[in-house]
Design a protein around this ligand. Structure first.
Ligand SMILES: [Zn+2]
Length: 661
């Protein structure tokens, strides 16, 4: 660990002093004739000069209105956001769709009825009237032949509290739907079902694309009762803890449809172009990078997110923020947007710089950060934090509290982790939610271990374990990988379906590491991420990969720990037989087996016990207890020359087991 940490620090120090400039000394040579002229970190531009390669410094290499060409590393003008005119606009594994000028994935995901590639939305928010209006052009590809209708998700009507009783509130009304050619299309908005069914002019063949432009308008979310299910959802105006006004969206788990007509399924990832203006002039931040900014009123900003993400990770937000730059890691800018008071903007430089070291570590451990910037936005409330891609939400209360609580330092790393696990590799359905949260939480602990020593990793896992044992009812009423028909979202009918992935989940990865060994685990996780980057992932796929790439059959392990509820509880009793000079150790699994099942402990997961007699001159006695085949009790005789006085259970460091008297 020490070696890795010092490498990391060198990397960070280098970053501070590695500002590159154009290679003017080579300007007399034309690199178009000899690529080798350009040095490391530079690329040959169209004029034959070697220029800094913007791929190595994504966020700030290209000025306003310029984008980094992913093919060449040169900055290109991006006024039109048309891939026919802006070569290199498209990201990894994307190609330019010539008829639309939009990028599309080279390989379409055919699991659902259609695959959205892009939401190109233009919205104006009128805070004075508490309304918004605009349109979204949805670039989609049909996955089935004869696709004659497309059903989009829209917000349902709900009853909201008013002065006397309740009144129906519909998030927005669709006013028109047009095809790519501009033809008006027939549509039905069903605000009870929450669907917008569009009849296409001509049915689409499989793999054919269409652009549906949906115009809509509606009120901002008026729900002010914090206890209401839909309080912090859709498009809303809220006040932060210090009274600052914010205009923002919130979509998790399936509320993006409440501000954006969309294919609001976690599997269907898509890119976004956000063109947003607000009557009060608040500067907007949105997913991706700022590419255009209008003059005059209303002041409109355009952001381009070139990487596809789940709909719940789409977001825009506006407030009178102070921008706090934190640093740049491997070309990605890390920054925070805080309420404009010194007490808040002082927090990131003091407490959130762990994001730099964490990103550096994760770039090496998993693969390069898959987006173009990482901005942390202070917001009134967001389940603590929310992994809106490139513009994560951090609840404003997290900056408070005693120093021991870290002022949100772990949360900002956790939300960054979701850019690997959740926003790029993403759940194939809500039932795979545990992958997102267990991996984000496990690698947050890993990053803390790299930054603060192995004890920091162990302390984080022990904290999770203590939380589970303290409030078992919150974590034991469902499996990590649950299954529902019809589909549900996390936390809908059980508490553990939402809560357990954060604290039980990381222990699963720790126990997988124990079985694979440190280096094989590290190599496997790097491959697992490479295989799922911008692709859907699932538990069955994980098991298949684990079984294929290791000598272990992980199927029984997942059955007990991931598909089963709860965790094992162990009671150990022992006595010393002085005649035979053995310790007789009996271990029982005491969890309710009908509800939680029995657990296998053998191989690397065998339970190791240490007995000691408090005499430094004599060696301690060690023994191993195994459980297989559904056994609930196991007894072993451990040879020991003298009667011990103490028993310890070092396996509790690595296994999620509750020791009960
Ligand atoms: Zn999370």
């Amino acid at each position: 660990m020490r070696g890795r940490l010092s490498l990391l620090l060198c990397g960070l120090l280098l970053l501070a002093g590695c500002h590159r400039s154009t290679r003017s000394d080579k300007a007399t040579s034309d690199c178009r004739h000899s690529e080798s002229i350009c040095g490391s970190g530079t690329t040959c531009a169209a004029n034959g000069q070697c220029l800094m390669d913007c791929r190595e410094n994504l966020a700030d290499a290209c000025g306003p209105g310029l984008l980094c060409n992913q093919g060449t590393g040169a900055c290109v003008a991006a006024q039109k956001l048309d891939c026919n005119e802006v070569p290199g606009l498209c990201w990894e594994n994307q190609v330019c769709d010539a008829p639309t000028g939009y990028c599309r994935e080279a390989a379409i995901d055919t699991a659902l009825a259609y695959d959205v590639q892009l939401y190109d939305y233009t919205l104006h928010v009128d805070t004075a009237a508490s309304t918004f209006s605009g349109q979204v052009s949805i670039f989609l590809v049909a996955t089935r032949g004869g696709t004659a209708t497309v059903t989009l998700d829209v917000g349902k009507t709900v009853e909201v509290p008013v002065e006397e009783g309740t009144a129906p509130y519909t998030p927005y009304t669709v006013t028109s739907v047009k095809s790519r050619s501009g033809a008006a299309l027939a549509f039905t908005q069903d605000s009870t079902a929450g669907t917008l069914t569009v009849t296409l002019g001509t049915p689409l063949e499989a793999n054919a694309s269409e652009v549906l432009t949906v115009a809509y308008q509606g009120p901002l979310n008026p729900i002010s009762d914090r206890k209401h299910d839909l309080y912090f959802t859709g498009l809303m105006r809220r006040e932060g803890k210090l009274g600052h006004s914010l205009v923002q969206t919130f979509g998790w788990p399936h509320h993006t449809r409440r501000w954006l007509p969309s294919h609001d399924h976690p599997r269907d990832i898509a890119r976004a172009i956000a063109r947003v203006s607000i009557d009060n002039g608040l500067p907007v931040q949105a997913n991706g990078v700022l590419v255009q900014e209008s003059e005059g009123t209303p002041h409109r900003r355009t952001f381009l997110l070139r990487q596809p993400v789940p709909t719940y990770a789409l977001n825009f937000i506006a407030s009178d923020y102070t921008r706090v730059p934190i640093g740049t890691v491997d070309g990605v800018q890390v920054e925070a947007y805080m309420y404009p008071v010194a007490t808040e903007s002082a927090v990131p430089p003091l407490w959130w710089t762990g994001t730099l070291g964490a990103m550096k570590y994760l770039n090496e451990a998993l693969g390069s950060f898959p987006f173009e910037r990482y901005a942390m936005m202070q917001v009134p409330s967001a389940l603590g934090g929310m992994e809106h891609a490139t513009v994560v939400s951090i609840a404003d209360t997290r900056t408070e509290g005693p120093d021991e609580e870290g002022h949100g330092n772990k949360l900002v790393i956790h939300e960054m982790l979701h850019h690997w696990w959740g926003d790029s590799a993403h759940q194939a359905s809500w039932e795979e939610f545990w992958l997102n949260e267990s991996l984000a939480s496990f690698y947050t602990a890993e990053a803390l271990g790299v930054l603060g020593g192995r004890s920091a990793f162990q302390a984080e896992l022990d904290r999770m374990k203590a939380a589970i044992f303290k409030s078992p009812a919150r974590y034991d009423d469902d499996a990590l990988r649950w299954s529902r028909h019809p589909e549900e979202v996390p936390g809908e009918t059980t508490r553990a379906s939402f809560a357990a992935p954060y604290v039980k989940g990381p222990w699963i990865w720790q126990m997988i590491r124990l079985q694979l060994g440190e280096s094989a685990f590290a190599a496997f996780m790097k491959r697992f991420y490479a295989a799922t980057r911008f692709k859907p992932y699932s538990t069955t796929q994980l098991i298949t990969l684990l079984n294929a790439e290791s000598a272990v059959d992980f199927t029984p392990f997942f059955k007990e720990w991931v598909y089963g509820r709860g965790w094992p509880k162990l009671t150990s009793t022992w006595s010393y037989d002085s005649a035979r000079r053995v310790i007789r150790l009996t271990v029982r699994q005491t969890q309710d087996v009908a509800r939680y099942g029995s657990y296998t402990f053998n191989g690397p997961l065998a339970l190791k016990y240490v007995f000691d007699d408090a005499d430094a001159a004599t060696a301690s006695c060690t023994g191993e207890v195994t459980f297989t085949g559904g056994a609930l009790e196991s007894t072993v005789d451990i040879p020991c020359a003298r009667a011990p006085t103490t028993m310890s259970q070092p396996f509790t460091r690595d296994l999620l087991v509750e020791i009960v008297p």
